[in-house]
Design a protein around this ligand. Sequence first.
Ligand SMILES: Cc1cc2nc3c(=O)[nH]c(=O)nc-3n(C[C@H](O)[C@H](O)[C@H](O)COP(=O)(O)OP(=O)(O)OC[C@H]3O[C@@H](n4cnc5c(N)ncnc54)[C@H](O)[C@@H]3O)c2cc1C
Length: 378
Amino acid sequence: MESDVLIVGGGVAGLSLAAALSGQRRVTVLEAEGSLGHHSSGRSATFSHFGIGNEIVRGLTAASRDFFKQPPDGFSEAPIARTATALFIATEAMLATLDTLEDAMRQHAPGVRRVGEAEMVSLFPPLRTGPGAVVAGIVDADGLRLDADALLQGYARTIRSRGGKVLAEARVASVAPQRGGWAVVTDTGDRLAAPILVNAAGAWADGIARMANVAPLGLRPLRRTIIIVDPPGGADVAGWPFVKTAVDDFYILPEGGRLAASPVDEVPDDPCDAQPEDYDIALAAWKVEEYTTLAVPRVQHRWAGLRTFASDRTPVAGFDPRVPGFFWLAGQGGFGLQTAPAMAEAAAALILSAAWPEQLAALGISPHVLGPERLIHG
Ligand SMILES: Cc1cc2nc3c(=O)[nH]c(=O)nc-3n(C[C@H](O)[C@H](O)[C@H](O)COP(=O)(O)OP(=O)(O)OC[C@H]3O[C@@H](n4cnc5c(N)ncnc54)[C@H](O)[C@@H]3O)c2cc1C
């Protein structure tokens, strides 16, 4: 066997793990598409903040921040992250949710503080405030804006520089157990084998399991839509914050001189090249007009991507207890970029039988918390 570990999926999950293993194991990443980040990893809002997910997700987000702030030497010529402000907003009806969110965020972001209408408007001038609109907010000046492309390319460069392989246009067409490991055939007929197969196929992860005759975990791909709209005439939006409602029904943030907005939709979909639907585009435009004073006469650009969740919305990293050498790295939902460094470290520790990362243990995140056992019934 030419590889110790075959990783199916060249998104942020597969690449970050491959980078963590490379140099210690012979790693090959198999990516179906011709370019990295074609699916979820290239379609995200690229923000790292503590206003998303459960306590485990927040812990993984916290444990990933050092990597983003100070990546290993030579990882990327371009910065992979920069500090950016996150503002969470509430109407009168959302105040209780804002309180809960503030308590949860404070565990990891002690600088979180309440802001009034005037400060919210100075941060994000078109915000619609006052009775019937946004009345309260909390701000975290220590969020991170990530550069997904720099991150993916940095991981790929790390893998290759340590002798690992990243193969594009290598769609896995069959997976079968073979003595002491797994044999994979791609749709171009290439055959590869390794003792360990990592399933990091994003929305397709359950499908890869079925291919291998392993029962799926019940992962659900949910589609999310982003639209790009013009900012108010002449405004320089570069320093504007990421703004999100406390109840998860809208966010907006600067994107290449314009504004990217989402109705925070979660529409069940099949694993596919997700495309935005007219209804969700219209909903996004309507939410922009509801929460801001901006008019949206034209949507400049739009896209959609899949966020794939386990039933408990905690990501999955661990060997399948039912079949030897089959490792799950899946269910990263809407937080797969911001948790990738910590998830990769955790997954690498399990694959290498190395010590569990102390930082994760201190945050109450054990192998048991992330392992697939919790999703296997019967
Ligand atoms: C609109 C949107 C906004 C988001 N915003 C954020 C955000 O602000 N912050 C954040 O942290 N996260 C965000 N996310 C979530 C984040 O993008 C995902 O959690 C993350 O990209 C998942 O990474 P992945 O590697 O598991 O999946 P993917 O990037 O989808 O990678 C899986 C790869 O597997 C490949 N594959 C599938 N089948 C096969 C096969 N048979 N053979 C070979 N390869 C195969 C696919 O081609 C794909 O490239 C957002 C997602 C969306 C859609």
